[in-house]
Design a protein. Structure first.
Length: 290
């Protein structure tokens, strides 16, 4: 039952998180800065989860021993979101999301290097295949977004390692004992404060009054953030970081389809091959013990 429940949470997390590029790009198109986008995204998601936690009578007390791991997880999760927004602003959202999907490789490598998991030639092969896939994606990315392809690709790569670190931390630190709703609420709340501070230092955070823009903000903050992050923590708690990772394939798939249909992003042969190689490489790793 826990396995089935975990699989359902993982599928929900990755599919809803795949909506993030859509609403992020819509807000960037309205002149929002990355810090403004993330201030609204994480701030509203925190309020929603806090309300949910109060209604369901969650215990929000946090011990001093838990504070350190929660702060570290917050920094890694915030770095992931910020790097992805920069990636979306500079390269095709489907490309950025597919590169981000390489995070299971980072998780597996870290588990082998630091947590005693057996080393495997299959993992090394998967890493090599994924690198080839990323190179093909970068060749297929034509840079029509108006940004810097180099910085966009670099930002997407950074998100791989910060998100991988977050997933490992959720399972391997004291934070694993916290209620998923409470942990997610703290992580997003701290992130929201960091983004508000960043926005204040880089031009401020506007007070939005336009109804259509608020629909974009709520779409980003609720399904693509509050739901996806809480579901992720629940999935990791039920089936672990490795199996949870394979369901992340829904994330780049959703982003690629949205990018093509909504934003007219190109879908080249090189890009398609790169996506297939990365998905195959990740599947090779996460299925090795299943």
């Amino acid at each position: 039952m826990n396995r089935t429940r975990g699989i359902l949470w993982a599928a929900l997390s990755s599919s809803t998180f795949g909506l993030a590029p859509l609403f992020t790009l819509l807000l960037l198109g309205k002149g929002y800065s990355p810090f403004e986008v993330l201030s609204y995204r994480w701030g509203i998601a925190t309020l929603a989860l806090t309300l949910f936690g109060i209604v369901t009578r969650r215990n929000f007390r946090l011990s001093l021993q838990d504070a350190g791991p929660v702060l570290l997880l917050s920094l890694m999760r915030a770095a992931t979101s910020l790097s992805l927004v920069f990636a979306y602003a500079n390269i095709a959202s489907g490309v950025a999301s597919t590169i981000h999907f390489m995070y299971p490789l980072a998780v597996t490598l870290a588990m082998m290097l630091f947590f005693g998991e057996p080393r495997s030639g299959r993992v090394l092969t998967a890493v090599a295949v994924s690198i080839v896939g990323a190179l093909l994606l970068s060749l297929g990315e034509n840079g029509d977004s108006g940004g810097s392809r180099f910085w966009g690709l670099l930002a997407a790569c950074i998100s791989v390692f910060t998100y991988g670190g977050y997933i490992i931390g959720v399972r391997k630190t004291r934070a694993a004992s916290l209620d998923p709703t409470v942990l997610t609420c703290y992580v997003m709340g701290i992130g929201a404060l960091l983004f508000l501070a960043g926005g204040s230092l880089t031009g401020g955070v506007r007070l939005e009054s336009d109804g259509q823009t608020w629909l974009y903000i709520l779409g980003l903050a609720l399904p693509a953030t509050a739901v996806s992050n809480m579901a992720l923590v629940r999935a990791i708690g039920n089936i672990g970081p490795t199996l949870t990772s394979i369901f992340g394939a829904l994330e780049p798939l959703t982003a690629v389809v949205i990018g093509i249909l909504v934003f007219g992003e190109p879908f080249t042969a090189a890009g398609a091959t790169g996506i297939l190689l990365i998905v195959a490489a990740v599947s090779l790793v996460v299925l090795r013990r299943e």
